[in-house]
Design a protein around this ligand. Structure first.
Ligand code: AP5
Length: 212
């Protein structure tokens, strides 16, 4: 089962990907998480990528392709995967077909939310440094302030969850990523999901579509 999650920043791709990955025993492949791991180094390339991400722009395709191709060739992806944050533009969608060779047999969920919801969700998001689980100070607060319920590690606010970066990420999404829905719709793989609903309801509607 190959699942792609599309949707603007803050639509819940990461949250739903973690749940899908657990329930269906599929690897969760998040290019955002892979990049955040890659930029923990101090070299110039790492610093450059960090700056791009903090601004809300897209990291150049060649960098993404090289990290993704390696990941998709690992043994555990044979049974399928959940892709979160990739593809991000039409070039990446075409490259994904090339990497997989057999021209992708995907289920693509488009998580549809309005911009007000995006801002509300991202400005109060907190993330676990270790296991990367997402929290929200209002909608999904941790049981103990500032600590992850799952592993007890500290939670942090992402640098790109600041107001200016959120604005830019939405602009980039509208220009670069929105056309992907049409691309997959034409291939008959797209399923739109109302992602304004709460986390449980969104997951229930994804599950229902998958079981069909
Ligand atoms: P990435 O990490 O992929 O960020 P994103 O796509 O902007 O998405 P987010 O992680 O912000 O949001 P999400 O949709 O996963 O929502 P979440 O579940 O966290 O990318 C970061 C950067 O890396 C990019 O800007 C770019 O620079 C670079 N990059 C990554 N991939 C790239 C690529 N392929 N090409 C080029 N560059 C790339 O939820 C958000 C919040 O809402 C959380 O607090 C959560 O608890 C809460 N929440 C979730 N669902 C609900 C709900 N239903 N109701 C209420 N609250 C909810």
């Amino acid at each position: 089962m190959r699942i792609i999650l599309l949707g603007p920043p803050g639509s819940g791709k990461g949250t739903q990907a973690i749940r899908l990955s657990r329930d269906y025993d599929l690897p969760h492949i998040s290019t955002g998480d892979m990049l955040r791991e890659a930029v923990s180094g101090k070299d110039r390339m790492a610093q450059k990528i960090k700056e791009i991400m903090e601004s809300g722009a897209l990291v150049p395709d060649e960098i993404i392709f090289s990290i993704l191709e390696k990941r998709l060739k690992k043994e555990d992806t044979r049974k399928g995967f959940v892709l979160d944050g990739f593809p991000r533009n039409l070039e990446q969608a075409r490259e994904l077909d090339k990497i997989l060779g057999d021209a992708g047999d995907f289920v693509v969920f488009d998580l549809v939310v309005g911009e007000d919801t995006v801002v509300r969700r991202l400005s109060k998001r907190r993330v676990c440094k270790k296991c990367r689980v997402n929290y929200h100070l209002e909608f999904q607060p941790p049981k103990i302030g500032g600590k992850c319920d799952e592993c007890g590690f500290s939670l942090y606010q992402r640098d790109d969850d600041k107001p200016e970066a959120i604005k830019n990420r939405l602009k980039v999404y509208n220009k670069e990523s929105r056309p992907l829905a049409e691309y997959y719709k034409e291939r008959g793989s797209l399923i739109s999901i109302n992602a304004e609903l709460d986390e449980e309801q969104v997951f229930a509607s994804i599950r229902e579509k998958l079981e069909k």
